[in-house]
Design a protein around this ligand. Sequence first.
Ligand code: FNR
Length: 210
Amino acid sequence: MVEFDDAFRRQLRELFVWRRDVRRFRTDPLPDGAVERLIDTACLSPSVGLSQPWRFVIVDDASRRRAVIDDFKACNADALACYSGERAARYAALKLSGLEQAPGHLAVFADKASDIGHGLGRATMPETTEYSVVGAITAMWLAARADGIGLGWVSILNPQRIHDVLDVPASWKFIAYLCIGYPEAECDQPELERAKWEHRRDASEFTLRR
Ligand SMILES: Cc1cc2c(cc1C)N(C[C@H](O)[C@H](O)[C@H](O)COP(=O)(O)O)c1[nH]c(=O)[nH]c(=O)c1N2
């Protein structure tokens, strides 16, 4: 039996407060096995029917990385074109990926065809497969921060293109592309808030009682 004390709870809260989506990375490499250990921790996450539908692809190959970066640039240009005026100028000024600098690239997929879990919990809500993978990514995000490692989620990508670049099975649905490395700086405020793009709102704004 494990008990967690007040000191641990305070530290855990600090972990949540100081976890960041990181886009500005130092280029020095991570220790051997660091990404594998994060994957190991992520695999402790809850999953529908204990299906463990997460699939991880560590992307080391330089030409595949370059193809992902090129896809990000194309998708980001398309995204910019959807804005106009001052909002466009603000969007253009944002840094929305650390793909060029991050020493670690990790793609995460959900296996929609796996028999693991025997379909439990998925009959009426097949999307719980993807929910399970997102939960695992959140666990990895926090575990990384506890190790002093930054993680940045990049979704400004064409899923089919990433699928092709990484040559993964057709049943794998693309969920996330993660940049992993040591952050240039630590902060307790989201970068989008510091850039005055959006601000974090209080929980009461999102909570109803019925
Ligand atoms: C599903 C999903 C997808 C993305 C993100 C997050 C999530 C959950 N975020 C990070 C996002 O901007 C960030 O989490 C918020 O701005 C809050 O900041 P902190 O994570 O608290 O630092 C993100 N950030 C970014 O710079 N480029 C991106 O493409 C994305 N995509």
